[in-house]
Design a protein. Structure first.
Length: 202
């Protein structure tokens, strides 16, 4: 009988330990997800630096400062499969912004200057907004680690929306458009989508 009691006590202690480890594991996963979130994209309310960049067409523009009310920066890599999957939504977003007041929201793509066949890539997919050419200095300045990354800033460079990972027409695009119509005082929600690619230096 005493041996059975010891066995029951040991079993109860083992079960309690499993539960405790499960709780700790869930907390660690939440803490890790929060850390990834903070480092993967600019946080709403923070300020982006500004940097002058040449565009594929030639003229220079300033990244991180809106000429009108908002500047939408879309960081991507032509070799990134998640970026490729986001193309339909990006084109929908660009067309929707053109139907509104283009002077109020400036949409700019940002790709590596040495991206292979970048011009052909943009033509084949129908990109009709300016694409800036990033340099190692610009990527370091913006702390760019993952793509695709979509960031919206106001005229002062304050981040009002950020999203890293696949951009989906049914979800993110309506959210972005609705928030862009809001007043400057209302910050937009921010997102981290499942699936993104490491920005690879060459």
């Amino acid at each position: 009988m005493r041996r059975d009691r010891y066995a029951y006590v040991a079993l109860a202690l083992a079960c309690a330990l499993v539960v405790l480890l499960g709780v700790q594991n869930r907390q660690l996963r939440r803490d890790y997800a929060a850390l990834i979130d903070e480092t993967a994209r600019p946080q709403v309310g923070s300020w982006l630096p500004s940097a002058e960049a040449a565009t594929l067409a030639g003229p220079k523009l300033v990244l991180g400062r809106a000429a009108g009310e908002r500047q939408l920066l879309y960081f991507f890599d032509p070799t990134c499969p998640v970026c490729e999957a986001s193309v339909p939504a990006i084109l929908d977003l660009g067309r929707a912004l053109q139907r509104q007041d283009p002077a109020q929201v400036q949409m700019v793509g940002v790709a590596r200057q040495d991206a292979p066949a970048l011009a052909a890539y943009l033509r084949a997919r129908g990109f009709d907004f300016p694409v800036a050419l990033s340099t190692p200095k610009i990527r370091a300045l913006f702390k760019l680690n993952l793509v695709p990354l979509l960031v919206v800033v106001d005229r002062d460079g304050r981040v009002v929306y950020s999203h890293v990972g696949k951009i989906d027409t049914k979800e993110q695009v309506p959210t972005i458009l609705t928030a862009l119509r809001a007043t400057e005082r209302h910050a937009m929600p921010q997102h981290v989508a499942v699936g993104s690619s490491q920005w690879r230096e060459r």
